[in-house]
Ligand binder design. Structure first.
Ligand SMILES: [Zn+2]
Ligand SMILES: [Zn+2]
Length: 377
């Protein structure tokens, strides 16, 4: 698998790459660069045991606007019979998986690591030209998904897309590609498309945010994707990338025609690199509170679970295995046991081992232990 490390590319093509690489060595660290997917509420999520509670008595998040099970593959032409599966209590965790060999292969890979949630690209993420999605691919993906028992599937967009680009040609191209990705999600029944907002390339954050909003509107107008929600991802803040502060995501959402179809994906590595403290208990409470004040916790629909190879505030995005980086295990234990986040899928984007599953298996096993026992050390 190994989706190319591309962060910087989306970020303008060139931002901060050399400096970051020099500081951090080889660049295989962050397999998922600037772009990704999103969405969520598992049907049995409300029944999941709540083993711990973080911070002071925070009321349960109510999601009145949510359908019972947004993750259910929607309106397929061919009716899907769900296979009965034993109930599988446990945290809603999973990973980004490769679609090499076909979209449905990603689901098989997810099952191979006992994931309950999955993130995929819906196309080759490092080329502008995408292969057409065939009816047979769609059917096989939907059928495999229905049989799988997976509770949540989100998509991540191509890292080439920059909806904030001030260059007319690149922006047009990005809008067309993003619209195509929205349509693919709709066809596949994937309710959330995660995207890094983009890079303003020197024009300033405000102008950049406004351009992203305008681009999202244009993409929606040409896409066939009435039921797909865009998840703006929090970013590390490398170069001129937008989305380092919660306020920036709020500004974008405030300016789109359909704010109800714009929610948020929080990446643990990125918020840490951007300067938010999620390591100390106090810092975690403050960060979640700030998110709630500025964006509303209701907007949080996916979490990328990545440890960080870089220090807090570094603005450099390098993913590390859970517990092996500057975050350690504490923030993950805390989030897994934070009842407000029970229904939100938590997805690894950590480096893959040789066979594409061994490292995910290890990271997910650790997360399951943390869910049960709390933080290690
Ligand atoms: Zn990243
Ligand atoms: Zn991410």
């Amino acid at each position: 698998m190994a989706p190319p490390h591309t962060m910087q590319n989306r970020a303008t093509g060139r931002v901060g790459r050399t400096a970051a690489r020099r500081a951090l060595g080889p660049r295989r660290a962050c397999p998922f660069p600037l772009s990704f997917i999103g969405f969520v509420q598992a049907p049995e999520a409300t029944k999941a045991p709540v083993l711990g509670k973080i911070g002071r008595s925070t009321p349960f998040l109510k999601r009145k606007d949510e359908p019972d099970n947004p993750m259910k593959p929607p309106h397929s032409n061919t009716p899907i019979r769900l296979v009965e599966r034993p109930s599988d209590p446990g945290p809603l965790i999973g990973a980004h998986m490769s679609i090499a060999g076909g979209m449905s292969r990603a689901i098989e890979r997810a099952l191979a690591v006992r994931a309950r949630a999955l993130q995929v690209f819906t196309r080759n993420a490092n080329q502008w030209k995408a292969k057409r999605l065939l009816r047979a691919d769609v059917r096989s993906f939907r059928e495999t998904w229905a049989r799988s028992g997976l509770r949540a599937v989100v998509a991540h967009d191509s890292y080439l897309i920059n909806l904030a680009s001030p260059l007319a040609t690149l922006r047009r191209r990005s809008i067309r590609a993003f619209a195509e990705e929205l349509s693919r999600c709709e066809a596949l029944g994937i309710p959330y498309l995660v995207t890094h907002p983009g890079a303003h390339m020197g024009r300033g954050v405000r102008e950049g945010c406004d351009r992203v909003a305008a681009s999202l509107n244009e993409a929606r107008a040409i896409a066939k994707a009435a039921s797909v929600t865009v998840l703006l991802e929090t970013v590390a803040g490398q170069g001129t990338t937008i989305g380092r502060r919660f306020e920036e995501l709020a500004r974008i959402r405030d300016r789109v025609a359909r704010p109800d179809l714009v929610k948020v994906c929080l990446d643990t590595c990125h918020v840490h690199a951007a300067g938010y403290d999620i390591v100390s208990e106090r810092g975690y409470d403050q960060t979640i509170q700030e998110f709630d004040d500025i964006l509303g916790l209701e907007a949080l629909r996916a979490i990328h679970f990545n440890d960080s190879k870089t220090e807090r505030g570094s603005l450099v995005d390098r993913h590390e295995h859970i517990g092996k980086g500057y975050l350690g295990t504490k923030p993950f234990a805390r989030m897994l046991r934070d009842a407000r986040l029970n229904a939100i899928p938590k997805l690894l984007e950590t480096p893959k081992g040789k066979d594409g599953v061994v490292m995910d298996r290890r990271n997910l096993a650790l997360l399951r232990r943390l869910w049960v026992e709390g933080s290690e050390g």
